[in-house]
Design a protein around this ligand. Sequence first.
Ligand code: SF4
Ligand code: SF4
Ligand code: SF4
Length: 237
Amino acid sequence: MSFDSCDCFLVFLGILQRENMQIEETVFYFAYFLSTGIFTRVLIHYAIAKVVGPLFYGRGFCGWGCYTAALLEWLPIKENKTIPKNLTYIRIPVLIISLLVPFILIKLGYDYYNRHIYSPIDGAFIETHKWDQFIWFLAGYISYYIIGIILAFAYKKKRAFCKIFCPVSLVMKLPSRFSLVKIKPSGNKCIKCGKCNEVCPMDVNVQKYIENGQKVLSTECIFCRNCIHKCPVKAIK
Ligand code: SF4
Ligand code: SF4
Ligand code: SF4
């Protein structure tokens, strides 16, 4: 991944628009939608990229659209070690905490509603309050990047954050199970060299699926296509 659409997304939405599209904001806006019927663009982004989109293109967002991963992909790490399975469960409590954050803050007295809400009157954010979203955006991404960089070097894998910590990955796993598009075998050409598994950033056992003539059903697949490019006999498409 290079400086591309996802980095532009980060600059445009986060910095220029000062809009926080992280999971905590989405949860808050979802609750707001349930009580008012107003559907904001934070929800549109989430619905397209993380819930409805994965029904069609699986976790393609993770492979091509995520600005957290885009920056982590720049790290100077050559190895692609496998993350121990038990560490991948850390994502569950992280997701639960993320879902609860807005409600915990409201309970603690933070005026989330007035400081974050999209104004239904003039269709724009109340300017002074947009800074709250910007601060959340910065705090969220700075912490994600710090954790992501530490995990990447500790586990010698650029995508260690995706495997161990990212709560959003769990949100996408269910719809991506039913994705219309999947990585699949191209004929019966596999020579069992194992190169596809070596380059998979998400530790999918691609070889097993391809050897068995199956589509890659793992919901960890992010459609990066590394396996396709690396296969010496073009056994994957
Ligand atoms: S798992 Fe999370 S951090 Fe990784 S690419 Fe997907 S959304 Fe981005
Ligand atoms: S290497 Fe292949 S199986 Fe692994 S995430 Fe990328 S596309 Fe999916
Ligand atoms: S890289 Fe290709 S040939 Fe090698 S194990 Fe994977 S699918 Fe089989």
